[in-house]
Write a protein that binds this ligand. Structure first.
Ligand SMILES: *[C@@H]1O[C@H](CO)[C@@H](O)[C@H](O)[C@H]1NC(C)=O
Length: 489
């Protein structure tokens, strides 16, 4: 049994408080001669102080300098006193741990992309005989630059939802005209099969027959000088592979590059409100035809392991200097310790099988700019449920008007790129899980082979003042309403 008695020193209780004795003491002190002198001095000082104060208070109201001085003094004292007021009792912790609930209303952004913004009609030109002749010698080819082919196939496939919703076979009733221009097919065949360099006579042999057919043999281009025509340019330099690009520049381009930098800085040149950025095809997704479900469950979790790789990057970095124009020097950072982190996997690249395994095990995937702001990696990350970390100041991702990129990707500005590790590790687990779920359930809809045409059409609706309308014929539109308000027909 421990000793429970208090063992400290005994202290006597404080002496009782006596009112009478205190008053007597005060009287004794106040009535001495010295204290009377002090009191008179104090009164004199107070009188002087009041005089000075009054002279301030009776300042002319027209003295603006004085007025300003007075108001400044007032606001200074407000600021000073408010600093003492600490209304948040837990200043260093978020007070609310849950995000605001979702609101079941139409007045939110991002919009529900299953409800179309408008329903235009798109006419797809047939390949003219001269072009079919070109294709006899230029077969389709396996390159990553096949966005043009994938989008065209969707428009020409009568079973696709793009075809059912938007395609018309009657050019007279069309809002938009699609030129099935496959310049990348022509150039890649020449460069990588025939091993030729330069322009491969693409202007004379391919561009000229196309543009002559569209602009001279048919009447539709002339009606709007090509403003309602669409064509895909899926490579880095968009239309700049063609000497005669002047002929096509009135058309709206679907490009795999969105770049907000002013002309000159950007490889493409700015056509901010003329181009529509689209996702790129990638070697892994569209040529190898990777099947993420072999590695991931239907909820996007790895079949065998946890996502134990914190950050993944495969690509060029080992020869990049901080001062390089290439990747704005950003990739040089990977040499400085990032590639030594135990849970980072950084390499010039892998075989597809290995890459797919790594993708399925990664939490974050790095997408730093290279020659251009966009990289095809981002689409591979998204397809495998990896949260993309984008370092590319000025990038415009596809469909940013309709798709909330910030809800499933992380953008780090170049000025903070050196702090990337700190920034990513500071993300709490529940926040990471939210990002991952958004990539899986929402981000994947942006992939080229998913809802591309529905998202492209939303951008077209805005350009053509067609929001809320459905086309009956070119000059006749009616309000969009049920049963036309859903894409799932
Ligand atoms: C492009 O549009 C401009 C202005 O509308 C027009 O003058 C020009 O002829 C057009 N170019 C082509 C190739 O149609």
């Amino acid at each position: 049994m421990p000793n429970i008695y208090y063992k400290g020193q005994f202290r006597p209780p404080p002496p009782a408080y006596h009112r009478g004795s205190l008053l007597q003491t005060l009287k004794r002190i106040l009535l001495t001669r010295r204290s009377i002198t002090y009191m008179l001095g104090g009164l004199l000082f107070a009188w002087f102080y009041i005089l000075v104060k009054i002279s301030f208070l009776t300042h002319s109201p027209y003295d603006l300098d004085w007025d300003l001085e007075r108001r400044l003094a007032g606001s200074r004292s407000v600021i000073k006193s408010s600093r003492k007021v600490d209304k948040n009792p837990t200043r260093y912790q978020p007070i609310v741990r849950q995000p605001l609930p979702l609101q079941p209303t139409e007045a939110i952004w991002p919009p529900n992309i299953d409800i179309p913004l408008c329903k235009p009609k798109i006419y797809v030109y047939p390949d003219p005989p001269a072009i079919l002749k070109v294709y006899e010698t230029v077969p389709p080819m396996n390159t990553p630059y096949i966005s043009e082919r994938i989008l065209l196939e969707q428009l020409r496939d009568p079973t696709s939802s793009a075809y059912k919703n938007y395609v018309t076979l009657n050019p007279e009733e069309a809002d938009w005209f699609y030129i099935p221009f496959l310049g990348a097919r022509y150039l890649n065949h020449c460069w990588f099969i025939l091993h030729e360099k330069g322009d491969c006579d693409v202007d004379e042999k391919y561009v000229a027959p196309w543009m002559k057919y569209v602009q001279e043999e048919l009447p539709y281009w002339k009606r709007s000088n090509g403003e309602d025509h669409l064509m895909v340019h899926p490579m880095d330099r968009t239309s700049r592979y063609y000497e005669t690009r002047e002929k096509m520049e009135n058309a709206t381009f679907l490009t795999t590059i969105g770049d907000l930098r002013p002309v000159g800085a950007a490889v493409v040149g700015a056509r901010r409100y003329k181009n529509i950025p689209i996702p790129s095809a990638t070697a892994l997704l569209d040529l190898v035809k990777a099947d993420p479900s072999k590695y991931l469950t239907s909820d996007g979790y790895p079949r065998n392991k946890r996502r134990d790789i914190f950050l993944l990057f495969g690509g060029r970095y080992s020869d990049v200097e901080a001062t390089d124009v290439y990747s704005a020097g950003v990739r040089s950072l990977l040499l400085n310790g990032f590639d030594k982190q135990k849970d980072y996997v950084i390499s010039p690249g892998w075989e597809s099988d290995k890459y797919m395994k790594l993708l399925s095990r990664s939490r974050f995937g790095l997408a730093p700019l290279g020659h251009t702001l966009d990289t095809t990696r981002i689409w591979e990350y998204i397809a495998f449920g990896v949260v993309p970390v984008i370092i590319a100041d000025g990038i415009l991702e596809p469909y940013e008007d309709d798709v909330d990129w910030n809800s499933f990707s992380i953008r780090i500005p170049r000025k903070d790129a050196h702090r990337m590790d700190v920034i990513l590790r500071a993300i709490p687990e529940d926040e990471y899980q939210r990002l991952r779920e958004r990539v899986w359930n929402y981000g994947r809809r942006v992939l080229l082979t998913r809802d591309s045409w529905h998202l492209i059409v939303r951008d077209l609706c805005r350009r053509n003042h067609m929001e809320g309308m459905r086309t009956i014929d070119r000059n006749h539109r009616v309000p969009l309403e049920a049963p036309f308000n859903s894409l799932k027909v």
